[in-house]
Ligand binder design. Structure first.
Ligand code: NDP
Length: 252
């Protein structure tokens, strides 16, 4: 089970953090990988690493807020592989502020990067999946897409990630007839470039211990099993599912 040999997986946000970790996990399962992000130097380094698993790797410089970049990426992927089996929408970034102080620019940046891009990338690649009557879409939302929080003022991020959760359900319902599943993963606190500055503080560690039942942050690789499961051929009847991987944060 869970062998991805012969599958083509497109992963956005592959240049660091969770996207990079999932790219490696999918390559280890045998999938050919399209790694996308803006920092092409990082993707080229990752390509060398992934090719050790005897899979084909295509790095593409793509800003997920640019429709031109998204459309060009689709053409490149179709030209090289002729199909897309798996899409992981992982790219994300946030400008943080509370509802009383957030500027329009901060709101638009966050919603464009974390929600609108997921729609545009999904639209583009799901149209390729449809031709093949097969697909697995995995959206990386967040625990902040499910609940609010008392530690940080991140109102636009909550709105965007909550949008990703219900976008996932809508897409699951719409694309089921094409044998395309769509599910979301809601990670808890994982130390990456995005979160390091906050997670490293003594104050946040204390907050985490009182709110995460497992009393620790997620470590590199702990998202992978969930992602591989949802990407697998075997998960053919699993769609519209919102899977928190959060050490229990959202169960209390
Ligand atoms: P990182 O900052 O390590 O990675 C973010 C990735 O997104 C990078 O590869 C970056 O690549 C890419 N990215 C950002 N903006 C754009 C853009 N405009 N176009 C293309 N790529 C972009 O963060 P994480 O790995 O932590 O985050 C990955 C996802 O997981 C995000 O969606 C995040 O919201 C979510 N998440 C993370 C949690 C955590 O604790 N770490 C918790 C919950 C959710 P580049 O800069 O090269 O373009």
């Amino acid at each position: 089970m869970f062998d991805l040999t012969g599958r083509v997986a497109v992963i956005t946000g592959a240049s660091s953090g969770l996207g990079r970790q999932m790219s490696k996990a999918f390559a280890m399962q045998g999938a050919d990988i399209v790694i996308m992000a803006r920092r092409i130097d990082r993707l080229n380094e990752l390509k060398d690493e992934l090719e050790k698993y005897n899979v084909k790797v295509l790095p593409i410089k793509c800003d997920v807020t640019s429709i031109e970049d998204i459309n060009e990426s689709c053409i490149e992927v179709e030209n090289k592989f002729g199909k897309v089996d798996i899409l992981v929408n992982c790219a994300g970034a946030s400008k943080d502020a509370g509802v009383l102080d957030m500027t329009d620019e901060e709101w638009d940046f966050t919603v464009n990067t974390d929600l609108t891009s997921v729609f545009k990338v999904t639209r583009a690649f799901a149209n390729i999946m449809k031709k093949n009557n097969y697909g697995r879409i995995i959206n990386i939302s967040s625990i902040y897409g499910l609940v609010g929080n008392k530690a940080l003022s991140t109102v636009a991020y909550h709105a965007a990630k909550g949008g990703v959760v219900n976008f996932t359900r809508a897409v699951a319902a719409e694309l089921a007839k094409y044998n395309i599943t769509c599910n979301a993963i809601c990670p808890g606190y994982f130390e990456t470039e995005l979160t390091k500055d906050v997670l490293d503080t003594a104050e946040f560690k204390t907050y985490m211990k009182s709110t995460v039942p497992m009393q620790r942050y997620g470590v590199s690789g702990e998202l992978n099993a969930g992602a591989i499961f949802l990407a697998s051929c075997e998960a053919s009847y699993v769609t519209g599912v919102i899977l928190p991987i959060d050490g229990g944060y959202t169960c209390v």
